[in-house]
Ligand binder design. Structure first.
Ligand code: FAD
Length: 380
Protein backbone atom coordinates (compact mmCIF):
# COMPACT_ATOMS: atom_id res chain seq x y z
CA UNK A 1 0.00 0.00 0.00
CA UNK A 2 1.63 3.31 -1.06
CA UNK A 3 1.86 6.07 1.53
CA UNK A 4 -0.22 9.20 0.80
CA UNK A 5 1.85 12.27 -0.10
CA UNK A 6 -0.38 14.43 2.11
CA UNK A 7 -3.32 14.01 4.44
CA UNK A 8 -5.75 16.02 2.32
CA UNK A 9 -5.91 17.53 -1.16
CA UNK A 10 -8.23 20.51 -1.64
CA UNK A 11 -9.33 20.82 -5.27
CA UNK A 12 -10.31 24.44 -6.00
CA UNK A 13 -9.12 27.39 -3.93
CA UNK A 14 -11.89 29.95 -4.37
CA UNK A 15 -13.79 31.24 -1.35
CA UNK A 16 -14.62 27.77 -0.01
CA UNK A 17 -11.45 25.87 -0.83
CA UNK A 18 -9.12 28.55 0.54
CA UNK A 19 -11.01 28.38 3.85
CA UNK A 20 -10.93 24.57 3.87
CA UNK A 21 -7.17 24.54 3.20
CA UNK A 22 -6.65 26.98 6.06
CA UNK A 23 -8.74 25.04 8.62
CA UNK A 24 -7.14 21.73 7.72
CA UNK A 25 -3.59 23.11 7.85
CA UNK A 26 -4.30 24.93 11.13
CA UNK A 27 -5.34 21.57 12.62
CA UNK A 28 -1.94 20.15 11.75
CA UNK A 29 -2.99 18.23 8.63
CA UNK A 30 -0.60 18.14 5.72
CA UNK A 31 -2.50 19.80 2.88
CA UNK A 32 -2.04 20.31 -0.84
CA UNK A 33 -4.35 22.94 -2.33
CA UNK A 34 -4.67 23.08 -6.11
CA UNK A 35 -6.25 25.73 -8.34
CA UNK A 36 -6.17 26.12 -12.11
CA UNK A 37 -5.94 29.92 -11.81
CA UNK A 38 -4.19 32.44 -9.55
CA UNK A 39 -6.01 33.50 -6.33
CA UNK A 40 -8.35 36.44 -6.90
CA UNK A 41 -9.00 35.47 -10.54
CA UNK A 42 -12.19 36.52 -12.34
CA UNK A 43 -13.27 33.23 -13.93
CA UNK A 44 -15.23 31.66 -11.05
CA UNK A 45 -17.56 33.03 -8.38
CA UNK A 46 -15.46 34.76 -5.72
CA UNK A 47 -14.26 38.00 -7.34
CA UNK A 48 -15.71 41.52 -7.35
CA UNK A 49 -14.48 43.39 -4.24
CA UNK A 50 -17.54 42.87 -2.00
CA UNK A 51 -19.87 40.14 -0.73
CA UNK A 52 -22.88 40.74 1.51
CA UNK A 53 -23.22 39.00 4.87
CA UNK A 54 -26.52 39.01 6.76
CA UNK A 55 -28.03 37.01 9.56
CA UNK A 56 -31.85 37.11 9.18
CA UNK A 57 -31.63 34.64 6.36
CA UNK A 58 -34.58 34.88 3.97
CA UNK A 59 -33.59 31.76 2.01
CA UNK A 60 -34.28 29.50 5.06
CA UNK A 61 -33.90 29.85 8.85
CA UNK A 62 -31.73 26.68 8.92
CA UNK A 63 -28.84 28.83 7.67
CA UNK A 64 -28.90 31.12 10.73
CA UNK A 65 -26.71 28.96 13.04
CA UNK A 66 -24.24 28.56 10.18
CA UNK A 67 -24.04 32.26 9.40
CA UNK A 68 -23.64 33.08 13.09
CA UNK A 69 -20.60 30.82 13.22
CA UNK A 70 -19.39 32.36 9.95
CA UNK A 71 -19.48 35.87 11.48
CA UNK A 72 -17.44 34.58 14.44
CA UNK A 73 -14.88 32.90 12.22
CA UNK A 74 -14.49 35.99 10.00
CA UNK A 75 -13.75 38.03 13.13
CA UNK A 76 -11.28 35.39 14.33
CA UNK A 77 -9.61 35.47 10.93
CA UNK A 78 -9.29 39.25 11.16
CA UNK A 79 -7.72 38.95 14.61
CA UNK A 80 -5.36 36.19 13.49
CA UNK A 81 -4.23 38.03 10.37
CA UNK A 82 -4.57 41.66 11.54
CA UNK A 83 -6.40 42.41 8.31
CA UNK A 84 -9.78 44.15 8.00
CA UNK A 85 -12.10 41.75 6.15
CA UNK A 86 -15.64 42.45 7.38
CA UNK A 87 -17.35 45.85 7.69
CA UNK A 88 -20.82 46.39 9.15
CA UNK A 89 -23.11 48.84 7.32
CA UNK A 90 -26.66 47.67 8.04
CA UNK A 91 -28.90 46.05 5.47
CA UNK A 92 -32.39 46.95 4.29
CA UNK A 93 -34.57 44.39 2.50
CA UNK A 94 -37.37 46.02 0.49
CA UNK A 95 -40.33 44.48 -1.30
CA UNK A 96 -44.06 43.87 -1.14
CA UNK A 97 -45.12 42.85 2.40
CA UNK A 98 -45.90 39.31 1.20
CA UNK A 99 -42.72 38.94 -0.88
CA UNK A 100 -40.44 35.96 -0.31
CA UNK A 101 -37.58 38.24 0.74
CA UNK A 102 -39.50 40.31 3.28
CA UNK A 103 -41.38 37.31 4.70
CA UNK A 104 -38.19 35.24 4.81
CA UNK A 105 -36.23 37.89 6.73
CA UNK A 106 -39.08 38.26 9.24
CA UNK A 107 -39.38 34.51 9.72
CA UNK A 108 -35.67 34.01 10.46
CA UNK A 109 -35.48 37.07 12.69
CA UNK A 110 -38.50 35.90 14.73
CA UNK A 111 -37.27 32.32 15.03
CA UNK A 112 -33.80 33.33 16.16
CA UNK A 113 -34.52 36.61 17.96
CA UNK A 114 -32.45 38.65 15.51
CA UNK A 115 -32.86 42.40 16.08
CA UNK A 116 -34.57 43.68 12.92
CA UNK A 117 -36.85 46.67 12.40
CA UNK A 118 -39.90 46.62 10.14
CA UNK A 119 -40.18 49.93 8.28
CA UNK A 120 -43.05 51.47 6.34
CA UNK A 121 -42.29 53.22 3.05
CA UNK A 122 -42.38 56.75 4.53
CA UNK A 123 -40.01 55.79 7.32
CA UNK A 124 -37.57 54.24 4.83
CA UNK A 125 -37.52 57.45 2.75
CA UNK A 126 -37.17 59.63 5.85
CA UNK A 127 -34.20 57.68 7.19
CA UNK A 128 -32.55 56.79 3.89
CA UNK A 129 -33.57 59.43 1.32
CA UNK A 130 -31.73 57.58 -1.48
CA UNK A 131 -34.15 54.61 -1.21
CA UNK A 132 -37.52 55.28 -2.85
CA UNK A 133 -39.74 52.17 -2.65
CA UNK A 134 -42.98 52.09 -4.62
CA UNK A 135 -46.27 52.64 -2.75
CA UNK A 136 -46.85 48.94 -2.10
CA UNK A 137 -43.39 48.20 -0.64
CA UNK A 138 -42.15 47.91 2.94
CA UNK A 139 -38.72 47.19 4.40
CA UNK A 140 -36.91 45.28 7.12
CA UNK A 141 -33.70 46.78 8.50
CA UNK A 142 -31.00 44.50 9.90
CA UNK A 143 -28.27 46.51 11.65
CA UNK A 144 -25.63 43.76 11.51
CA UNK A 145 -25.68 43.29 7.74
CA UNK A 146 -22.24 43.89 6.30
CA UNK A 147 -19.66 43.36 3.61
CA UNK A 148 -16.73 41.03 3.16
CA UNK A 149 -13.77 41.63 0.88
CA UNK A 150 -13.72 38.29 -0.98
CA UNK A 151 -10.35 38.53 -2.73
CA UNK A 152 -8.66 39.60 0.50
CA UNK A 153 -10.38 36.81 2.47
CA UNK A 154 -9.03 34.25 0.00
CA UNK A 155 -5.53 35.74 0.22
CA UNK A 156 -5.61 35.69 4.01
CA UNK A 157 -6.90 32.11 4.19
CA UNK A 158 -4.24 30.92 1.74
CA UNK A 159 -1.49 32.92 3.40
CA UNK A 160 -2.31 31.42 6.81
CA UNK A 161 -2.67 27.95 5.27
CA UNK A 162 0.85 28.29 3.83
CA UNK A 163 2.17 29.43 7.21
CA UNK A 164 0.72 26.24 8.68
CA UNK A 165 2.62 24.27 6.07
CA UNK A 166 0.08 23.82 3.27
CA UNK A 167 1.46 23.46 -0.25
CA UNK A 168 -0.50 25.76 -2.55
CA UNK A 169 -0.27 24.96 -6.25
CA UNK A 170 -1.93 27.65 -8.34
CA UNK A 171 -1.96 27.74 -12.13
CA UNK A 172 -2.31 23.94 -12.10
CA UNK A 173 -5.43 22.27 -13.48
CA UNK A 174 -6.76 18.98 -12.13
CA UNK A 175 -7.53 16.72 -15.08
CA UNK A 176 -8.73 13.62 -13.19
CA UNK A 177 -8.96 11.95 -9.81
CA UNK A 178 -9.58 8.41 -8.59
CA UNK A 179 -9.86 6.47 -5.38
CA UNK A 180 -6.98 4.18 -4.43
CA UNK A 181 -6.50 1.62 -1.68
CA UNK A 182 -4.68 4.28 0.36
CA UNK A 183 -7.02 7.19 -0.35
CA UNK A 184 -7.11 9.27 -3.51
CA UNK A 185 -4.89 10.12 -6.47
CA UNK A 186 -5.25 13.46 -8.23
CA UNK A 187 -3.71 14.10 -11.63
CA UNK A 188 -3.04 17.64 -12.84
CA UNK A 189 -1.61 19.02 -16.05
CA UNK A 190 1.73 19.10 -14.21
CA UNK A 191 1.92 16.31 -11.64
CA UNK A 192 0.24 13.47 -9.75
CA UNK A 193 -0.61 13.78 -6.06
CA UNK A 194 -1.76 11.23 -3.51
CA UNK A 195 -3.58 11.88 -0.26
CA UNK A 196 -5.76 10.26 2.35
CA UNK A 197 -8.75 12.48 1.57
CA UNK A 198 -9.97 14.76 -1.20
CA UNK A 199 -12.07 17.89 -0.66
CA UNK A 200 -13.71 19.15 -3.86
CA UNK A 201 -14.64 22.85 -3.83
CA UNK A 202 -14.45 23.58 -7.53
CA UNK A 203 -17.33 26.07 -7.78
CA UNK A 204 -18.85 26.18 -11.29
CA UNK A 205 -16.63 23.29 -12.43
CA UNK A 206 -17.83 20.86 -9.75
CA UNK A 207 -20.49 19.31 -11.98
CA UNK A 208 -17.76 18.34 -14.44
CA UNK A 209 -15.38 17.01 -11.77
CA UNK A 210 -18.15 14.92 -10.18
CA UNK A 211 -19.87 14.11 -13.48
CA UNK A 212 -20.72 10.54 -12.41
CA UNK A 213 -22.98 11.92 -9.65
CA UNK A 214 -25.07 13.91 -12.13
CA UNK A 215 -25.63 16.67 -9.59
CA UNK A 216 -28.33 19.06 -10.81
CA UNK A 217 -26.05 22.10 -11.00
CA UNK A 218 -26.72 24.95 -13.42
CA UNK A 219 -24.12 27.65 -14.07
CA UNK A 220 -25.67 31.09 -14.48
CA UNK A 221 -23.82 33.96 -16.09
CA UNK A 222 -24.63 37.02 -13.99
CA UNK A 223 -23.12 40.48 -14.04
CA UNK A 224 -22.67 43.47 -11.79
CA UNK A 225 -21.67 47.08 -12.37
CA UNK A 226 -19.91 49.75 -10.34
CA UNK A 227 -21.33 53.24 -10.92
CA UNK A 228 -20.01 56.70 -10.22
CA UNK A 229 -23.33 57.80 -8.66
CA UNK A 230 -24.70 61.14 -9.81
CA UNK A 231 -26.12 61.78 -6.31
CA UNK A 232 -23.21 60.30 -4.40
CA UNK A 233 -24.13 61.89 -1.06
CA UNK A 234 -27.35 59.88 -0.92
CA UNK A 235 -25.54 56.60 -1.36
CA UNK A 236 -22.46 56.64 0.85
CA UNK A 237 -22.57 54.07 3.69
CA UNK A 238 -23.45 56.86 6.18
CA UNK A 239 -26.54 57.77 4.18
CA UNK A 240 -27.71 54.44 2.81
CA UNK A 241 -27.35 50.83 3.99
CA UNK A 242 -26.82 47.83 1.75
CA UNK A 243 -30.17 47.21 0.05
CA UNK A 244 -31.90 44.14 -1.35
CA UNK A 245 -34.82 44.93 -3.64
CA UNK A 246 -37.59 42.53 -4.62
CA UNK A 247 -39.18 44.42 -7.53
CA UNK A 248 -41.58 43.43 -10.32
CA UNK A 249 -38.53 43.73 -12.62
CA UNK A 250 -36.43 41.25 -10.59
CA UNK A 251 -34.37 41.05 -7.38
CA UNK A 252 -31.39 43.36 -7.09
CA UNK A 253 -28.68 44.08 -4.53
CA UNK A 254 -27.11 47.52 -4.17
CA UNK A 255 -23.94 48.14 -2.23
CA UNK A 256 -23.38 51.72 -1.07
CA UNK A 257 -20.88 54.03 -2.72
CA UNK A 258 -17.42 53.05 -1.47
CA UNK A 259 -14.16 54.90 -2.13
CA UNK A 260 -12.43 53.55 -5.21
CA UNK A 261 -15.42 51.29 -6.02
CA UNK A 262 -18.45 53.50 -6.55
CA UNK A 263 -21.91 52.01 -6.07
CA UNK A 264 -22.22 48.33 -6.97
CA UNK A 265 -25.48 46.88 -8.32
CA UNK A 266 -26.37 43.43 -9.64
CA UNK A 267 -29.37 41.25 -10.34
CA UNK A 268 -29.77 38.17 -8.18
CA UNK A 269 -32.76 36.13 -9.34
CA UNK A 270 -31.82 35.09 -12.85
CA UNK A 271 -28.96 34.59 -15.27
CA UNK A 272 -28.16 32.94 -18.59
CA UNK A 273 -27.35 29.24 -18.29
CA UNK A 274 -23.76 28.80 -19.50
CA UNK A 275 -20.72 26.56 -19.61
CA UNK A 276 -17.93 28.21 -17.56
CA UNK A 277 -15.40 27.17 -20.22
CA UNK A 278 -17.09 29.01 -23.06
CA UNK A 279 -19.30 31.73 -21.52
CA UNK A 280 -19.19 35.32 -22.70
CA UNK A 281 -17.23 37.35 -20.17
CA UNK A 282 -18.08 40.82 -21.39
CA UNK A 283 -21.16 42.84 -20.43
CA UNK A 284 -23.38 44.32 -23.17
CA UNK A 285 -24.50 47.92 -23.17
CA UNK A 286 -28.13 46.78 -23.59
CA UNK A 287 -28.18 44.47 -20.53
CA UNK A 288 -26.45 47.15 -18.48
CA UNK A 289 -29.03 49.71 -19.58
CA UNK A 290 -31.91 47.43 -18.48
CA UNK A 291 -30.42 47.08 -15.00
CA UNK A 292 -29.67 50.80 -14.73
CA UNK A 293 -33.24 51.73 -15.68
CA UNK A 294 -34.75 49.48 -13.01
CA UNK A 295 -32.44 50.53 -10.18
CA UNK A 296 -32.90 54.23 -11.04
CA UNK A 297 -36.63 53.83 -10.35
CA UNK A 298 -35.91 52.91 -6.75
CA UNK A 299 -32.60 54.67 -6.13
CA UNK A 300 -32.66 57.82 -8.27
CA UNK A 301 -29.19 59.19 -8.94
CA UNK A 302 -27.45 56.03 -7.67
CA UNK A 303 -26.11 55.20 -11.12
CA UNK A 304 -24.05 57.36 -13.47
CA UNK A 305 -20.87 56.69 -15.40
CA UNK A 306 -20.07 52.95 -15.32
CA UNK A 307 -16.71 52.51 -13.64
CA UNK A 308 -16.56 48.77 -14.17
CA UNK A 309 -18.88 45.97 -15.27
CA UNK A 310 -18.01 42.30 -14.86
CA UNK A 311 -19.51 38.87 -15.29
CA UNK A 312 -19.48 36.23 -12.58
CA UNK A 313 -21.04 32.77 -12.15
CA UNK A 314 -23.76 31.45 -9.85
CA UNK A 315 -23.74 27.64 -9.53
CA UNK A 316 -27.40 26.99 -8.87
CA UNK A 317 -29.28 23.97 -7.49
CA UNK A 318 -33.02 23.39 -8.16
CA UNK A 319 -33.98 24.49 -4.62
CA UNK A 320 -31.22 27.16 -4.39
CA UNK A 321 -29.74 25.47 -1.31
CA UNK A 322 -26.11 24.36 -1.10
CA UNK A 323 -24.87 20.79 -1.43
CA UNK A 324 -22.35 19.58 1.16
CA UNK A 325 -21.70 15.87 1.48
CA UNK A 326 -19.47 12.83 1.35
CA UNK A 327 -19.15 11.16 -2.06
CA UNK A 328 -21.64 8.26 -2.13
CA UNK A 329 -19.11 5.82 -3.63
CA UNK A 330 -15.78 7.19 -2.36
CA UNK A 331 -15.68 7.50 1.41
CA UNK A 332 -12.51 9.62 1.31
CA UNK A 333 -14.02 12.28 -0.94
CA UNK A 334 -16.11 15.23 0.27
CA UNK A 335 -17.62 18.06 -1.73
CA UNK A 336 -19.28 21.45 -1.28
CA UNK A 337 -20.98 23.12 -4.23
CA UNK A 338 -24.20 24.64 -5.58
CA UNK A 339 -23.87 27.81 -3.54
CA UNK A 340 -26.59 29.34 -5.73
CA UNK A 341 -25.35 32.93 -5.58
CA UNK A 342 -25.46 33.27 -1.79
CA UNK A 343 -22.56 31.21 -0.48
CA UNK A 344 -19.66 33.55 0.07
CA UNK A 345 -20.66 34.80 3.53
CA UNK A 346 -20.48 31.19 4.73
CA UNK A 347 -17.00 30.48 3.33
CA UNK A 348 -15.35 30.69 6.76
CA UNK A 349 -17.72 28.11 8.28
CA UNK A 350 -17.75 25.93 5.15
CA UNK A 351 -13.96 25.74 5.57
CA UNK A 352 -14.47 24.52 9.13
CA UNK A 353 -17.15 22.02 8.02
CA UNK A 354 -15.01 20.58 5.22
CA UNK A 355 -12.11 20.24 7.65
CA UNK A 356 -14.40 18.37 10.09
CA UNK A 357 -15.59 16.07 7.33
CA UNK A 358 -12.11 15.32 6.00
CA UNK A 359 -10.73 14.82 9.49
CA UNK A 360 -13.55 12.90 11.20
CA UNK A 361 -16.06 12.04 8.48
CA UNK A 362 -18.67 14.10 10.34
CA UNK A 363 -19.39 17.58 11.66
CA UNK A 364 -21.35 19.03 14.57
CA UNK A 365 -22.64 21.79 12.30
CA UNK A 366 -26.31 21.37 11.29
CA UNK A 367 -25.84 20.64 7.58
CA UNK A 368 -28.35 17.79 7.15
CA UNK A 369 -30.60 20.02 5.05
CA UNK A 370 -27.74 20.48 2.57
CA UNK A 371 -27.15 16.80 1.92
CA UNK A 372 -26.88 15.53 -1.68
CA UNK A 373 -29.46 12.84 -0.84
CA UNK A 374 -32.21 15.20 -1.92
CA UNK A 375 -30.92 14.99 -5.49
CA UNK A 376 -28.83 11.82 -5.86
CA UNK A 377 -31.17 8.85 -6.34
CA UNK A 378 -30.53 5.56 -4.59
CA UNK A 379 -28.65 6.90 -1.58
CA UNK A 380 -29.50 5.65 1.86
C1 FAD B 1 -21.76 38.57 -8.81
C2 FAD B 1 -21.89 37.72 -7.58
C3 FAD B 1 -22.31 38.28 -6.40
C4 FAD B 1 -22.43 37.50 -5.26
N1 FAD B 1 -22.80 38.08 -4.10
C5 FAD B 1 -22.83 37.36 -2.96
C6 FAD B 1 -23.06 38.00 -1.73
O1 FAD B 1 -23.26 39.21 -1.68
N2 FAD B 1 -23.03 37.24 -0.61
C7 FAD B 1 -22.78 35.91 -0.64
O2 FAD B 1 -22.79 35.28 0.43
N3 FAD B 1 -22.54 35.27 -1.80
C8 FAD B 1 -22.54 35.97 -2.96
N4 FAD B 1 -22.26 35.37 -4.14
C9 FAD B 1 -22.04 33.91 -4.18
C10 FAD B 1 -20.64 33.55 -3.75
O3 FAD B 1 -19.71 34.47 -4.22
C11 FAD B 1 -20.33 32.12 -4.19
O4 FAD B 1 -21.30 31.26 -3.64
C12 FAD B 1 -18.95 31.68 -3.74
O5 FAD B 1 -17.98 32.61 -4.15
C13 FAD B 1 -18.64 30.30 -4.31
O6 FAD B 1 -17.31 29.99 -3.98
P1 FAD B 1 -16.64 28.63 -4.48
O7 FAD B 1 -15.37 28.49 -3.73
O8 FAD B 1 -17.64 27.53 -4.42
O9 FAD B 1 -16.37 28.86 -6.05
P2 FAD B 1 -15.15 29.61 -6.78
O10 FAD B 1 -14.78 30.82 -6.05
O11 FAD B 1 -15.50 29.73 -8.21
O12 FAD B 1 -13.94 28.60 -6.60
C14 FAD B 1 -13.81 27.41 -7.34
C15 FAD B 1 -12.34 27.26 -7.66
O13 FAD B 1 -12.11 25.96 -8.20
C16 FAD B 1 -11.09 26.09 -9.17
N5 FAD B 1 -11.15 24.94 -10.08
C17 FAD B 1 -12.23 24.53 -10.77
N6 FAD B 1 -11.91 23.45 -11.51
C18 FAD B 1 -10.60 23.19 -11.29
C19 FAD B 1 -9.70 22.20 -11.79
N7 FAD B 1 -10.07 21.27 -12.66
N8 FAD B 1 -8.43 22.23 -11.33
C20 FAD B 1 -8.03 23.15 -10.43
N9 FAD B 1 -8.84 24.12 -9.94
C21 FAD B 1 -10.11 24.12 -10.36
C22 FAD B 1 -11.43 27.40 -9.87
O14 FAD B 1 -10.33 27.93 -10.57
C23 FAD B 1 -11.88 28.27 -8.70
O15 FAD B 1 -10.84 29.06 -8.18
C24 FAD B 1 -22.14 36.12 -5.31
C25 FAD B 1 -21.71 35.53 -6.51
C26 FAD B 1 -21.58 36.32 -7.65
C27 FAD B 1 -21.12 35.68 -8.92
Amino acid sequence: MSKPQSDVIVLGLGGMGAAAAYHLAARGKSVIGIDRYQPGHRYGSSHGKTRIIREAYFEAPEYVPLVRRAYQLWRELENGSRQALLSIHGLLTIGAPESELVQGVLKSSEMYGIACESLERDEIMRRFPGAVPSEDMVGVYEPTGGLLDPEKCIDVHLDLARRHGAGIRDGERVTSWRSTSAGVEVVTDQDTYRAGQLVITAGPWTGRILSNLELPLECWRVFFAHYDSVKRDYYTPDACPITLWDTPGGSYYAIPYLPGQGMKVGRHDTGDVVDPETMKRTVDVAELRRQTEIIERYMPGSTGRVLEAETCIYTVTPDHHFIIDRHPEDENVFFACGFSGHGYKFASVIGEIMADLAEQGRTEHPIGFLSADRFVAGRS
